[in-house]
Ligand binder design. Structure first.
Ligand SMILES: Cc1cn([C@H]2C[C@H](O)[C@@H](COP(=O)(O)OP(=O)(O)OP(=O)(O)O)O2)c(=O)[nH]c1=O
Length: 205
């Protein structure tokens, strides 16, 4: 879609993210937005529930951009983690780590949680929510996992796979919102933006 020109909402959205996926997803809605990557730490207490982790990290990302700006838009931050039976999997540190993560995930179900935070720059009002989607991965041989990791795709993805890429070949099924897995739950974000007076659906006269 030819996005940015079709946008009808006046207030600007600031996407607090360096993720090309998040940028593409937001662009697919025709939103009028700019990108400002965030600089925030990702350390959280080990006993936090997944939903709390992704909401907190999404909020930190949005707040870190708020601190550098003085505009009148709405800042959007987001964070994604994969959770397998209570174990949180972030992005792999090395190819070996990616092989380890995929070895854990193969043949089983896990949850992908994505937090979304919106902050109104003018008032400082915040809204933070999350989406969770269940993913079942196919049974994979060690060879198949190593071949996938060699593609390089897993390295900047939570849980070491990308459902929107070659990782689609590894997924058996999902239950819930696809965009939550890719890293930005679009319907949830749309609802939240409406709460800040930003409607993304073009309105006809
Ligand atoms: C499970 C899965 C994750 N991912 C990605 C989404 C996120 O970009 C990434 C998780 O890392 P995040 O820390 O959530 O985000 P990021 O560092 O990529 O970007 P930023 O903090 O600047 O917004 O994993 C996919 O692209 N596809 C998938 O199937």
């Amino acid at each position: 879609m030819d996005n940015q020109s079709k946008s009808t909402h006046a207030r600007q959205i600031i996407l607090a993210s360096a993720s090309p996926r998040r940028r593409e997803l937001l662009a697919s809605l025709g939103a009028n937005f700019v990108v400002e990557p965030s600089l925030s730490g990702e350390d959280v207490p080990a006993d936090w529930e997944p939903a709390r982790i992704v909401e907190e990290l999404a909020l930190r990302k949005a707040r870190s951009v708020l601190a550098r700006r003085s505009g009148a838009g709405v800042i959007v931050g987001s964070d994604t983690i994969v959770v397998l039976e209570g174990t949180v999997l972030g992005k792999p540190d090395t190819a070996q780590d990616a092989v380890r993560m995929l070895g854990m995930l193969q043949g089983r179900e896990h949850l992908v949680h994505t937090g979304v935070a919106c902050i109104d720059e003018a008032s400082g009002r915040e809204d933070v929510r999350h989406g969770s989607t269940r993913v079942r991965m196919k049974a994979l041989s060690r060879r198949r996992i190593e071949d996938y990791v060699k593609s390089g795709e897993p390295m900047d993805k939570a849980g070491a796979y990308a459902i929107q890429g070659l990782g689609a070949l590894l997924v058996d099924s999902i239950e819930g919102d696809y965009f939550t897995v890719v890293g930005l739950p679009l319907a949830l974000l749309g609802e939240m933006l409406e709460g800040f007076g930003i409607g993304l659906m073009p309105s006809n006269p």
